[in-house]
Write a protein that binds this ligand. Structure first.
Ligand SMILES: Nc1nc2c(c(=O)[nH]1)N[C@H]1C(S)=C(S)[C@@H](COP(=O)(O)O)O[C@H]1N2
Ligand SMILES: [Mo]
Length: 300
């Protein structure tokens, strides 16, 4: 284990300051107070220094609100996230439309500090709050024929200015193979930095799959379907030569238009060098066995 460093202290003290501000009732302009969430720490957390709350909530990809990195923070504030329900259907024993509270009920919340690597070659370290997707899937009962899990994001044009653009065939969709979905690293996140999920990060509930490129981690989920066949996924539908279904972080398989061998840590500063990208984003020991016998240059 690495000892706490300077940047840990910086990120942590910003976090504490924020908490004190909220507790003290101070209004942060354009930053609504988010409800605190209690969660247990996890052995799956990295001991890298997390990015600041400000970095994590101001540099986002959430095309439903626009394609600029600042658009989600600018436009997601008006998203209604309560009430929220999720359809769980397909090859499950207990299909239905579940209220968010029912989905989260009895799922043990943990803080998972994960590395996060976007396919665009930037990265962050994010202290998510969430629970294992496996816990929910076990509760609804996965039927024997199920081999994949498909996810869909809300489409609400009145609150999502970005969906006016036909660039993506809405809803944003993603998918995992069932064994990937059941892996303990795969979580549904309902918060970060000890608070409920900021809207620009995919409130009220989003997927986080830390060994895959960020586009797999679909936000603001309204549907989870268990399927026999590999589901269509947004980036693969747009550019199949550039974005595969698996999208495992892999420094040896370049994007056709740029190298994936290294990455820029958001917030690292102008003079910080790029960092080497790690196989499976640093989670090789945990997940490599899922892909035994697969050629990862073919199944990219
Ligand atoms: N619904 C939806 N989910 C999405 C996206 C999106 O545009 N729409 N962008 C993806 C991409 S490309 C990335 S890198 C991550 C960004 O998550 P963050 O903004 O919380 O860092 O969300 C992913 N999930
Ligand atoms: Mo991304």
């Amino acid at each position: 284990m690495r000892r706490l460093g300077w940047s840990d202290v910086t990120a942590k003290s910003l976090w504490l300051n924020r908490r004190q501000l909220i507790a003290g009732g101070a209004a942060l302009a354009a930053t609504p107070a988010l409800a605190r969430i209690e969660a247990a720490p996890s052995g799956y957390s990295t001991d890298l220094a997390p990015n600041t709350f400000e970095e994590i909530t101001s540099y986002n990809n959430f095309y439903e609100f626009g394609t600029d990195k600042g658009d989600p923070a600018r436009h997601a504030g008006g998203l209604t996230t309560d009430p929220w329900s999720i359809v769980i259907d397909g090859l499950v024993d207990r299909p239905g439309t579940y209220d968010l509270a029912d989905v989260v009920r009895e799922q043990p919340l943990e803080e998972r500090i994960y590395r996060f690597r976007c396919v665009e070659a930037w990265s962050m370290v994010i202290p998510w709050i969430g629970f294992e997707l496996a816990g929910l899937l076990n509760r609804v009962g996965v039927q024997p024929g199920a081999r994949f899990v498909a996810f869909e994001t809300l489409v609400r044009p009145e609150e999502m200015p970005g969906v006016a653009s036909p660039f993506i065939q809405w809803p944003y969709r993603e998918g995992l193979r069932l064994d990937e979905a059941m892996h303990p690293l795969t979580i549904l996140a309902t918060g970060l930095y000890g608070e409920e999920m900021p809207k620009q990060n995919g409130a009220p509930i989003r997927l986080v799959v830390p060994w895959k490129y960020g586009f797999k981690s679909i936000k603001s989920i309204v549907r989870i379907s268990l399927t026999a066949d590999m589901p269509p996924t947004t980036w693969n539908m747009l550019q199949p030569q550039e974005y595969g279904f698996y999208a495992n972080v892999n420094p040896k398989v370049d994007h056709p238009r740029w190298s994936q061998a290294s990455e820029r840590r958001v917030g690292a500063g102008l003079f910080a060098g790029r960092e080497d990208t790690l196989m499976f984003n640093g989670y090789e020991a945990e997940v490599a066995s899922l892909y035994a016998g697969q050629d990862l240059a073919v199944d990219y």
